[in-house]
Design a protein around this ligand. Structure first.
Ligand code: GLC
Length: 694
């Protein structure tokens, strides 16, 4: 198809239509709704000229909707089908925050590859994933779909997801286009309150929040979604500095920019646009190619073109991007791309992959007296609000039907279970040697529009744990949650705590494999666990302040009167069933233009259990032109060490790894002293001084 010639045939209305995305229920009454839907009075022309839709799934449904649409399309330009395949299509994988705890980007790539296989054979063309927002506030419901608080992890995981979805080329089978989101800063919503104001310096934006997007762009993501929030007090979807000067000109993004659901129309509520037409003109002029689920482009762009406010060349450029993506996907030749492929959802291979990723994502937070793993001879009682819960997929579950999942009780059926239930008296469980308390949140308590002011355990769990502990019961707390939870009131009443997140279709098979010791847990926290919601936002790479708090009860220091500053569990924390220590560290003394810092490390496993550790390398720039974090992750490696064995690993750190964004908003580094820190989490580290020579 020669799309330049096709554009010449298109009317102005048809061109504007390609820049509009309508919800799937305009073409399929069962289309998934992922936002508020106002009933706009659209004409049939406007409906059948739109260039894309979202929320329709399944090869039969997409085949039906596409043929229905093409019958009405004058130029037979196929519709683009997009959807939120965030952590799986029908085989559900763990929520992305859990996958980030694997500290292994290959797990993310695997999730994206299997998600693409299932999405492709169900006719989808684009996924609104990865979400690469940096998040520091557990009160925000969407931390569950992020890669956590650290920029280095965010960069590595963004690349892995994009490459997993898109493969080497979209003309290959089992690939879908990736739409990275939400540009930018959405995760910094004040007070963790959904859709709330975001305000940060451009320097911090560049230092922490832009880098995962740059990584996705460098990996070739085809689309990027704007965020609901303001950036420098201008909503992202109408922010010309953000979308044109920064994203296009500086970051080099050449793909399609799509607004988030009605985020263009919402600029009226933000108070920067006067009406639908004004919002449409401002957004298009800012550089947003496609409007999702609101009629501003239909309301305002045509008149703006006729009056010369928007150039026809600008419109043709946007239309060319839309049609180029359709061409790259081969839709002009086959509008039913993938629909004839065998549907592999929930195949044994896919479920096995989901199980393995889930097992890598579980974080063992506490294991007093090695109560875990549980010997099958032990009698156990399973209680708590999630003891028989099937909905452990987490939010953004595309088509993950709950009957594909199993309960914890079913997963532990070959154990000596003396009781299972959420309603019980002590008599029911008094003969159990161990109580497994399946607690945490419900799946619908996280995700979009699910901020919580309190991040303690809901449903009276703390009281129940207290009651059980008062009877000297050994409690293994399994925390199913989509966010870090304030566990401070139960930490001293439980013998073990397993962070089980929401792990998708194979959640409880994975949890059972860890509880039994069939799998030695290896996850590490990608987001700090607060000791109180009052600490939020709390994150490991914070600034020192002018009055850093060093020891208990120092007056006039940056601290609280009622609790400590430290999180309950720090970034990078995670235990295992082995006994692995860093037994030797050797490293250079300097980094310079022509000398990298080489680090050699021995890891010794003095136990009889093969285990895996994540060695983390942090730096602190002691004196710089701007205040620098007390530590920043610059490198990490996940290593398996056989029982009673030693493994050797090496790192090489160069100047580019330690550059930072200076006052002029450009990358820089100066000569001086650097503290090198190495550990198995962010809180317990070996330190040494390194000299930087530039
Ligand atoms: C939602 C979300 C976004 C999602 C989009 C389409 O409001 O903010 O992440 O991709 O709408 O469903």
């Amino acid at each position: 198809m020669n799309i330049e010639n096709l554009i010449k045939e298109m009317t102005l209305d048809e061109k504007i239509g390609q820049c509009v995305q309508l919800p799937g229920n305009y073409f399929d009454k069962n289309g998934e709704l992922t936002g508020p839907l106002e009933g706009y009075e659209l004409t049939d022309d406007q409906i059948f000229m739109c260039g894309s839709t979202l929320g329709i799934s399944g090869s039969a449904e997409i085949r039906k909707a596409q043929s229905f649409y093409l019958e009405k399309s004058r130029l037979k330009i196929p519709l683009l089908f997009m959807a939120d395949v965030v952590h799986g299509y029908e085989t559900m994988f763990p929520i992305p925050l859990a996958i980030a705890c694997s500290f292994d980007p290959m797990q993310a790539r695997k999730v994206a590859e299997y998600s693409a296989i299932e999405s492709y054979s169900n006719g989808l063309h684009v996924t609104f994933s990865p979400m690469v927002d940096i998040v520091k506030d557990a009160r925000w419901g969407r931390v569950m779909e992020s890669n956590g608080e650290d920029t280095k992890l965010g960069v590595d995981f963004a690349k892995a997801y994009v490459e997993g979805y898109q493969g080497t080329s979209l003309d290959q089978k089992n690939t879908i286009a990736s739409c990275v989101k939400h540009f930018v800063g959405y995760g910094a919503a004040e007070a963790g309150r959904e859709y709330n104001t975001v305000d940060m310096s451009e320097r911090v934006l560049r230092q922490e929040y832009l880098q995962p997007f740059q990584s996705a762009i460098d990996a070739g993501c085809k689309l990027l979604m704007t965020s609901f929030n303001t950036v420098n007090s201008v909503p992202a979807s109408v922010n010309k500095w953000l979308l044109t000067q920064l994203l296009r000109d500086e970051m080099g993004f050449e793909g399609l920019i799509i607004s988030d659901w009605t985020s263009i129309k919402e600029c009226i509520a933000h108070g920067v646009c006067s009406d639908l037409a004004d919002a449409g003109v401002q957004a298009f002029d800012a550089g947003c190619d496609i409007e999702m689920s609101s009629p501003c482009y239909y309301e305002g762009v045509k008149k703006a073109i006729e009056e010369g406010v928007i150039s026809i060349e600008a419109l043709d450029r946007a239309v060319l991007k839309v049609l180029s993506l359709k061409q790259e996907l081969g839709l002009f030749e086959n509008p039913y791309r993938g629909c004839d492929e065998p549907n592999k959802v929930l195949s044994d291979e896919h479920k096995q992959a989901a199980l393995e990723v889930a097992q890598q994502s579980i974080v063992l937070l506490k294991n007093e007296d090695s109560i875990l793993p549980i010997d099958k001879s032990k009698s156990i009682a399973i209680v708590g609000p999630n003891c028989s819960e099937l909905d452990l997929n987490g939010s953004w579950t595309w088509k993950g039907h709950l009957d594909n999942n199993i309960t914890l009780q079913q997963a532990l059926q070959d154990y000596n279970v003396v009781f299972c239930g959420n309603v019980y008296t002590y008599r029911d469980i008094e003969h159990a040697e161990i109580v497994i308390y399946a607690g945490g949140e419900k799946s619908n308590m996280v995700g979009e529009a699910a901020s919580r002011a309190s991040i303690t355990l809901p449903f009276n769990q703390e009281h129940e744990i207290e009651e059980l502990a008062n009877r000297n019961k050994q409690i293994v707390f399994v925390n199913y949650s989509g966010r870090p939870i304030d566990l401070s009131n139960i930490i001293n009443k439980t013998s073990a705590i397993v962070q089980a997140w929401f792990l998708g279709t194979m959640t409880n098979q994975a949890v059972a494999s860890v509880l039994s010791g069939d799998v030695n847990p290896s996850g590490k926290l990608a987001m700090s666990f607060p000791a109180s919601g009052g600490q939020c936002p709390i994150y490991y790479n914070h600034l020192r302040t002018g009055r850093p708090y060093q020891k208990l009860n120092e007056p006039y220091k940056s601290r609280y009167m009622d609790i400590d500053n430290e999180p309950l569990f720090p970034f990078g924390h995670g235990l295992n069933y082995s006994n692995i220590q860093i037994s030797q560290i050797e490293h250079g003394e300097k980094i310079s233009v022509d000398a990298t810092l080489k680090i050699s490390i021995n890891l010794e496993n003095s136990s009889n259990v093969t285990g895996t550790e994540v060695v983390q390398v942090y730096i602190n720039d002691k004196v710089a032109t701007v205040a620098r974090p007390v530590k920043e992750l610059v490198a990490y490696q996940k290593v398996e060490i056989a029982a009673n064995n030693v493994e050797h690993i090496d790192f090489e750190i160069c100047l580019d790894d330690i550059k930072y964004v200076g006052l002029d908003n450009k990358q820089c580094i100066e000569s001086g002293d650097l503290t090198l820190m190495i550990g198995l989490d962010s809180a317990h580290v070996y330190s040494a001084n390194i000299n930087v020579i530039v």
